[in-house]
Design a protein around this ligand. Structure first.
Ligand code: HMG
Length: 414
């Protein structure tokens, strides 16, 4: 079977952001808490016009342009989101219309908190692997606005953005190890958003523990299959088969906690004698090499829920693609509630050229820094607020929500 995986990526981020040091000062918090306690440097701020549909459509258009794949070849569109805009009409349906995609397509949304995008990716990969796709490709989009509210403990872990992926055979970026994954799910109330509320409810410290329990179990599932398939030699640490590991990143420090936890589980499972102090030092060195390179974008944008794992992947490939060609990387997706999956893939030969087409430095450079009072003003706007003046996006034609007419959401671009 031909390799199947992520061929191209497109990103969309809000045009405005705040500095976390400024937010810390405004909240009377020592800036070190956000900067090194959470690992957050900046945070994207979405305005009402930059809703989930607008971000998803822009990321999708950029992914298609970067991919060189003809839109007529698309047979499947899935949007993973937990911040949709309608109880019935999915975000994917709006995107399908805004981009003028072919009629002969399967189009739907997938939801399970931050795992929804991975649900879409797995469905797309398995659709292609089944042969049902014939020669067609899939478009999978992860798009969300993460919102906890002003003055809450979750406030410094907000963010917004979308990552769109073209999934196909012979992928330029990452060929997934089909069927080689470990899943872990439990019914927990760590994070949820009741119908009608814009702000997520969260049991913050418990959510961290739920994530750690899930990553340990999902990793062990992946390791069992990796050993069965000969990707990991029996008796050797499975993590040595992974050049890098990208984790779901609700805040950057969480990736560090996850990585150290996985290493500890691996040591416990090996039955070898180990000292806490020696393991701590080795774990931090391994974190610096295997995980930190994927966190650059996440630290500047914040949590984008479904897209956070793939923002990490984009940041990693942007930083290190030439050095990673042919190497295997691990990926851990976590959706509160909870479900999760640890999987892996091999970086493609054309990854550096392909990720360059995502123009990541230009996207960051085009953003405008705003003050904390301006951020608080935006947070207080109702979701259907009239648009503030919308400056030109350098001809990029960003989509924006412009209001509701006859109960129908309207969008414009330009
Ligand atoms: P908190 O209680 O305000 O923070 O909330 P804290 O007191 O735990 O401090 C955070 C860290 O900063 C600690 O480090 C402190 O020691 C350190 P740690 O012990 O964790 O290593 N610290 C400092 N460091 C340097 N200088 C200082 C300083 N002061 C303190 N001066 C919490 C933190 C994450 C709980 C909160 O922000 C929150 O509730 N966030 C939202 C929930 C969340 O992100 N959960 C993550 C797991 S669940 C998940 O990933 C799913 C999710 O993406 C949703 C979905 O699936 O859809 C959220």
């Amino acid at each position: 079977m031909k390799p199947i995986g992520i061929h191209a990526l497109g990103l969309a981020i809000p045009r405005r952001y705040i500095e976390m040091d400024a937010l810390a000062r405004a909240r009377g918090v020592e800036p070190g808490k956000y900067r090194s306690g959470l690992g957050a440097l900046q945070m994207a701020v979405a305005e009402p016009g930059e809703d989930t549909v607008a971000l998803a459509a822009l990321a999708a258009r950029r992914a298609l342009a970067a991919s060189g794949v003809d839109r007529e070849r698309l047979g499947l569109l899935i949007v993973g989101t937990e911040t949709g805009v309608d109880h019935s009409k999915p975000v994917s349906s709006f995107v399908h219309g805004l981009l003028g995609l072919p009629q002969a397509m399967r189009v739907y949304d997938a939801q399970h908190a931050c795992y929804g995008g991975t649900a879409g990716l797995m469905a797309a990969v398995e659709w292609i692997a089944s042969g049902a796709a014939e020669d067609r490709a899939a478009l999978v989009i992860c798009a969300d606005i993460a919102r906890y509210g002003v003055g809450t403990p979750g406030e410094p872990t907000q963010g917004a953005g979308a990552v769109a992926m073209i999934v196909s055979t012979d992928p330029a970026l990452l060929a997934l190890d089909l069927g080689m994954s470990g899943a872990a799910s439990s019914h927990v109330h760590d994070f949820w958003r009741p119908l009608g509320l814009r702000e997520a409810q969260v049991d913050g410290h418990y959510s961290v523990q739920c994530y750690l329990d899930a990553v340990a179990s999902a990793y062990r599932g992946w390791r069992t299959r990796a050993i069965d398939r000969g990707v990991v030699a029996r008796g050797t640490p499975a993590s040595s088969a992974l050049a890098r590991v990208c984790y779901h990143v609700p805040f950057c420090k969480m990736a560090r906690k996850a990585h150290l936890h996985v290493r500890r589980c691996e040591l416990e499972d090996s039955g070898a004698a180990w000292s806490v102090a020696a393991e701590e030092a080795a774990g931090l060195a391994s974190y610096a090499q295997q995980v930190e390179p994927s966190l650059g974008l996440c630290a500047q944008i914040g949590n984008i829920y479904t897209g956070s794992l793939y923002l990490g992947l984009a940041g990693l490939l942007h930083a290190q693609a030439p050095a990673l060609v042919g190497q295997r990387i691990g990926l851990f997706s976590y959706g509160s509630g909870c479900t999760s999956e640890f999987f892996s893939g091999v970086v493609g030969e054309r990854a550096a050229a392909q990720i360059a087409a995502a123009n990541i430095p230009d996207l960051l450079a085009a953003r405008e820094r705003i003050s904390i009072p301006e951020y608080e003003r935006i947070m207080a706007l109702p979701p259907t607020a009239p648009l503030v003046p919308w400056p030109s996006q350098g001809g990029d034609g960003a989509y924006r929500f412009v209001g509701v007419s006859n109960h129908q959401r309207q969008y414009a671009s330009g």
